[in-house]
Design a protein around this ligand. Sequence first.
Ligand SMILES: [Fe+2]
Ligand SMILES: [Fe+2]
Length: 248
Amino acid sequence: MSLFAIGDLHLHFQSELKAPGQLYGPVWKDHEVKFRENCVRMLSGEDTLVLAGDHSWGKKLAECEQDFRYIAGLPGHKILTRGNHDMFWEAKKTAHLNKLFQPELTFLQDGYLPYRDHALVATKGYTFEGPFYLNRSRQVIGWDEAEAAHAAKLVLRELERLRGSFESARADGYRKFIMFLHYPPTSILEERSGFTDMAEEFGVEQVIYAHCHGESRFHDSIEGTFRGIQYHLVSGDYLRWVPKKILD
Ligand SMILES: [Fe+2]
Ligand SMILES: [Fe+2]
């Protein structure tokens, strides 16, 4: 019985593909076939697979049906967390999604789920992604201040959600935490952030995030051990569609 994670499947069995790079990038060719084969090889029905956001290009539920059927057909228990492209998933509708799809799929956002003696805490997160202004050597020499101020507000909202999730898990007796974000925990300007500080405050063992796909973005944030916590990027193309084992 193990816990695995991956993100950014960006399925489009029945919806319009919004990222043409997905058609031409060799790593994306038949990615849903490669991913299913890897899952069948690596996971049993007792395992749990967390999909860390950006599941489908479908704008509404009716455009995601085949994508959900594909996910439901993968081995193990499936937990879906929310990404910025999951337009079918309004923040307040998580309970409704669970009513529709459990037990095949479990949707987790702004809350926690138990996994043995751990609490899996998840929210979408947010990070400032520019626009940045670069010099000729491609060093960042400035950024859009209005966008940065807007991003700071969204970060605060997500941090509030995250704190509420940690506190409810702690009130229920959990002391061991795995934290899932869709966005990376730090922007390209930051070494630390409210997300890394909160992970440290609650003694999180691992921070799992996705969203950074395409090779130029693989090193936008923290990977490996930082101030005693393990950080893992699990975007699908970064992992070459091999789900990452998080816990035995
Ligand atoms: Fe994505
Ligand atoms: Fe994303």
